[in-house]
Design a protein around this ligand. Sequence first.
Ligand SMILES: [Zn+2]
Ligand SMILES: [Zn+2]
Length: 275
Amino acid sequence: MRVSVLGTGSRGNAMLVDAGGTRILVDAGFGVRTIAQRLAQLGCAPESISALVLTHEHVDHAQGAIPACARWGWPLFATSATLAQLPTPIVPVRAITHGQSWSVGDVIGTSYAVPHDASDCSAFVFEQQGSGERLGIALDLGHVPESLPSAFERLDMLVVEANHDLEQLMAGPYPWMLKKRIGSSTGHLSNAQAATFIAACAHKGLRAIVLAHLSETNNTPEQAVHTVGRALAARGRVAAALVSRVVAASQRVPLGPVSGHGAVVVRAPQLELSL
Ligand SMILES: [Zn+2]
Ligand SMILES: [Zn+2]
């Protein structure tokens, strides 16, 4: 199983899960042209994707959902509350329920409710049938609910939001109301909160940890990776060995595929320019 990030942050999110020939896009927070371009950079034809799964309805996760499903014939999976917030879809939809598994090809998905100021935000665990490999994705959550670490047990790969450094957010240029919203228990996860959660998920089989939805104003990849690394290092020998497996994904440049076997390929635009 592999995961690639088309882009992640407040200006758009989309991730590609690729497992044994089954491909699932998680979120479509870009226009169809950008989705097509970023998939091409990752070597993926949109027609080869089996389904689109949405975490929630915010524009940075869902703005391209209906047009992309219409263009490429993807069925759309989301909770009924999330589906109700979208423009009436004419694509096939599948309403999912938290805690109940569903399958797309070789992949079994399960959603878990996470606290965020949307109608019903989901975190996901994807498990590949046969290999049993497990990927957890948690984006846009104000805090980690008590039940999430046990749902995210024994993961092979983890993608988790590390939105902001709390001090930087509070000292930064955002209006007070926005700072309050982002830092609230239904806003976004700070580096420190992400670090605590990741440390709780740490086990020796966790091969890759991808930090996502980093703020370009209130965070840096270095800070996020450093904060998570420090929490892992403080948690004992097994967790400390995971420090080198932490990578931060970005808004502008696709990342992946991340397989957890040391195969992280970052396709930077400057590489294209130098060709
Ligand atoms: Zn959101
Ligand atoms: Zn978001």
